[in-house]
Design a protein around this ligand. Structure first.
Ligand code: HPA
Length: 235
């Protein structure tokens, strides 16, 4: 096969049916280096590093998606439609909207509300609710419970805007119970739903819009292991 514009793989079977998708390509490298055996790097185009290996004997891939819905929209589409990927699990960070959410808490996005225009391509006669795969969601919760790792499950916001001109607008989403903000899940959920494959977004709280606390990048690297271990068990 001919490689896609953004992934240099020219054969089926190089990328596993289950893939972890961090935003940061260096986090993809970290996951491959730390957790996977028999690792092969399959992509370097635009430094969107991608790796395939095994976790506890099961084949799994990991690839950086970059930030934002246009970027994850491209990578997830190519992974699904050209490389046969069936389970796409975003592992990322988020900003908490609710007071009871602390730094490093784990959130699973049951649904992803959005201010993005991504769904306009479907010309729907209404508003779509991007939703996680129940299969992956229920499995992830069971894995977390078995590890006694607390998780919050609910609606998240996938936003196109990091530096919002209206500093208070997030409170309107918070009033509707949205747990936290990130920038990719809604596009991932829509691409997966359209193609009838599975997607899930697992997040770790890296900052709080309520308390204004933030984590350092070094602290993040270490603390994200609990989230990673839940995601890897989904293979
Ligand atoms: N906004 C959007 N995306 C994020 C944030 C945030 O505050 N924190 C981590 N990802």
């Amino acid at each position: 096969m001919i490689p896609t514009p953004h992934i240099q793989v020219d054969q089926q079977g190089i990328i596993a049916e289950t893939i972890l998708l961090p935003g940061d390509p260096l986090r993809a490298k970290f996951i491959a280096d730390t957790y996977l055996d028999d690792v092969v790097q399959f992509n370097t185009v635009r430094n969107a590093f991608g790796y395939t290996g095994t976790y506890k004997g099961k084949k799994i891939s990991v690839m950086g998606t970059g930030m934002g819905m246009p970027s994850i929209g491209i990578y997830s589409y190519e992974l699904i439609h050209f490389y046969g990927v069936k389970n796409l699990i975003r592992v990322g960070s988020c900003g908490a909207f609710q007071e009871d959410l602390k730094l490093y808490d784990i959130i699973i996005g049951m649904a992803a509300s959005t201010n993005s225009n991504f769904q306009s391509q479907y010309s729907l006669p209404g508003i779509y609710s991007p939703t996680a795969s129940w299969e992956l969601l229920s499995k992830a919760v069971a894995i977390a419970n078995a590890k006694s790792t607390p998780v919050h499950v609910g609606n998240i916001l996938s936003s196109d805007i990091f530096y919002d001109d209206d500093r208070e607008s997030w409170k309107k989403w918070a009033n509707l119970g949205i747990l936290a903000v990130e920038m990719e899940a809604a596009a991932l959920y829509m691409n997966a739903a359209r193609a009838k494959v599975n997607a899930l977004c697992i997040l770790t709280v890296s900052d709080s819009l309520v308390s204004h606390q933030v984590t350092t990048s070094e602290e993040r690297q270490k603390s994200f292991t609990k989230m990673m271990e839940i995601a890897l068990e989904l293979a």
